[in-house]
Design a binder for this molecule. Structure first.
Ligand code: M6R
Length: 607
């Protein structure tokens, strides 16, 4: 989704802005642009990939030590150069980059056109430049002009404004769309995502919703004149730039799949007491007494995070005995959810910036629920808006298709389930669960070492346009997640279904040309799932089985991928790995770039 980078300081801005844009590429975009201040504003924009912008930047003079840049993912207006950011006012003296959506842009635009403003794009964002222009013309200083403009706006924004008349100054504002300021020596970086600035600094401060500030090489002043750089607001980013590069792998997706043994170990680090059989979650301790009183948990999330929540439902109900419901965050607040003070609403989000999940948390707060976050990005909006939470510690996930974040979500959800069981003094075998968790990194490594096995399955999928993923109980959400991965990166139409539902409809689809991936580890559901395999075979459908028991399965299926056996509650963490690899291999087999799936964005910051 759209990305912002800005710079003010003593260095040439253009190389820093272009580098920042290239880091933001992974978020998904269709056009890009930069604007540099040098007595006037030089704005250069291009449709398509960054290389198109680079070609143009080389041709133009874009010297200057203050500038803004943007990658756009079209929402209002087709992906063309005229809709790319930065957008300018009528004079070309003010330029803006904007993430988010201005909901009342149509009425504002009509009003501005009526008063003589000329629009150059179809976007919602451009109204901001013209509204600021009106106020600046009245002699209002830029910071206040932005402030007054935003009073007229309904919607969300991460906004950076630059003016030819206010040298070495960027005005930044945030409402529902993240902005982070990187603090250097007499220089400041602005970004919508910290990965774009960690090459330069790890000291950052996040803007809060409603804040507007002027960033100069002297410092960051909030609109009330207060400095934003108070010690308690400064955070240190705890990951390195190497972690956001491919590290010799052809794709981020593969790199992140291969990192998973380490990711699980990192998610568990310091959180497991193997002697006492307890999980230690410092992030929840502050509200321990309130959590001990809860009678219900609602998990909210989108996409893979929602599927992780479905596994969490089985885990928490089975281990801690607390009723759990899982809701798509994008539907949650439209449903009048019944929430009491004894309900905990747990938001799961890799980015911590997904607009729908954030809105679900606001709804939960309005209803006075206890809000919890299971978030990967430290300091992100969901992490800051929730009462308490647990970080994944998966490191930055760049691949658009979530892999290591999903696996770390399942790992942490298991710890959360054990933690809640402890709070309620449930009789559980915490030792066995935690010992099982501790063995997972080696077991995941075993699957990764044998990843050639996946090629057998790829051969079956090659000619398929459609396929089914089936699983029961703990494996049902893994079937959904496997199908999502396949759709996202290979564009094969994949349906995830619970095995038990197959005969209530989808079985009609099965034919020789319609393969199924069946999750059948040797667990309490094996016999039942076996009946589904028989039903598929009877209809001539090819079967790819993911199992822990080669001897029982191999002869009856077309491809058998064997994974190590663990406790039933932990098995999803192992069974999802071959599905990630299968999706990745299919993307390669179809000559697609798995890191840049069409139409998709890494972080969905619009509703
Ligand atoms: O950052 P989040 O975890 O909140 O993102 C939620 C979904 O957008 C995300 O999981 C999406 O479905 C991924 N592309 C899945 O691979």
């Amino acid at each position: 989704m759209c990305g912002i980078i800005g710079y003010v300081g003593t260095q040439q801005a253009t190389p820093i802005l272009m580098e920042g844009l290239s880091v933001l590429e992974y978020r998904g975009y269709d056009s890009a642009g930069i604007c540099v201040q040098n007595g006037r504003l030089t704005t250069i924009r291009a449709e398509g990939k960054l290389v198109e912008l680079e070609k143009k930047v080389k041709r133009f003079e874009s010297q200057g030590t203050c500038g803004i840049a943007h990658t756009r993912w079209a929402t209002h207006g087709v992906p063309q150069e005229r809709n790319a950011h930065p957008h300018r006012d009528c004079t070309g003296g003010i330029a803006i980059v904007h993430n988010g959506i201005i909901e009342n842009y149509q009425e504002l635009r009509l009003e501005l056109v009526a008063s003589g403003h000329l629009f150059a794009s179809d976007t919602d964002s451009e109204v901001l430049a013209h509204l600021i222009e009106d106020r600046v013309k009245q002699g209002i200083p830029l910071l206040q002009a932005v402030e007054q403009t935003l009073e007229r706006v309904r919607g969300t924004y991460g906004l950076v404004v630059i003016s030819k008349d206010v040298p070495q100054t960027l005005i930044v504002a945030r409402m529902g769309s993240p902005l982070v300021i990187g603090v250097g020596e007499g220089e400041y970086y602005i970004a919508s995502d910290p990965s774009a600035l960690i090459t330069y600094t790890k000291d950052v401060v996040y803007l809060d919703d409603g804040e507007i500030a002027a960033v100069t090489s002297e410092g960051v002043q909030l609109s009330g004149g207060v400095s934003m750089l108070a010690q308690d607001r400064l955070l240190k980013i705890d990951w390195d730039v190497e972690e956001t590069s491919k590290g010799g792998h052809p794709h981020f997706m593969l790199k992140e799949i291969l990192e998973q043994p380490q990711v699980i170990a990192d998610s568990l680090r310091g959180r497991v007491d193997l002697i006492e059989g307890r999980s230690i979650l410092g992030g929840l301790e502050g509200i321990r007494d309130r959590l001990a009183q809860i009678d219900r948990i609602i998990i909210v999330g989108c996409g893979s995070a929602y599927y992780a929540g479905l596994v969490g439902e089985y885990l928490i109900e089975e281990i801690a005995g607390i009723p759990v419901e899982v809701e798509l965050a994008s539907e949650f607040r439209y449903r009048k959810p019944l929430i009491s003070k004894r309900t905990a609403v747990l938001a799961i989000s890799q980015s911590g910036e997904t607009a729908d999940t954030l809105e679900a948390i606001y709804e939960a707060k309005r209803k006075q629920a206890i809000t919890l976050g299971l978030v990967n990005v430290v300091g992100s909006s969901i992490a800051r808006e929730t009462d308490a939470g647990v970080y994944n510690h998966a490191g930055p996930e760049v691949g658009v298709a979530s892999t290591k974040a999903f696996v770390s979500q399942l790992t942490v959800l298991t710890l959360i389930a054990v933690y809640f069981a402890q709070l309620r003094e449930e009789e559980i075998n915490g030792h066995a669960i935690l010992a099982g968790l501790a063995e997972l990194p080696a077991q995941v490594q075993e699957i990764l070492d044998g990843r050639q096995e996946i090629l057998k399955a790829t051969a079956i999928m090659r000619n398929a346009d459609h396929c089914l993923y089936l699983g029961r109980k703990f494996q049902a959400p893994i079937a959904y997640e496997g199908a999502l991965k396949m759709k996202e990166v290979s564009y094969i139409h994949a349906e995830g279904y619970t095995s038990g539902e197959m005969k209530h409809g989808p079985i009609a689809l099965i034919s020789k040309a319609f393969p199924s991936v069946v999750l059948c580890p040797n667990d309490s559901m094996f016999e039942k799932t076996w009946s589904n395999i028989e039903e598929l075979k009877a209809r001539g459908g090819a079967i790819i089985a993911i199992t822990t028991d080669r001897a029982r399965v191999e002869d009856s299926v077309d491809a058998c991928i064997v994974i190590p056996q663990t406790l039933e509650v932990l098995q999803p963490i192992l069974s999802v790995i071959p599905l990630q690899l299968l999706a990745y291999e299919m993307a390669l087999a179809k000559n697609l770039d798995p890191d840049k799936p069409r139409n998709l964005a890494k972080s969905v910051t619009v509703e």
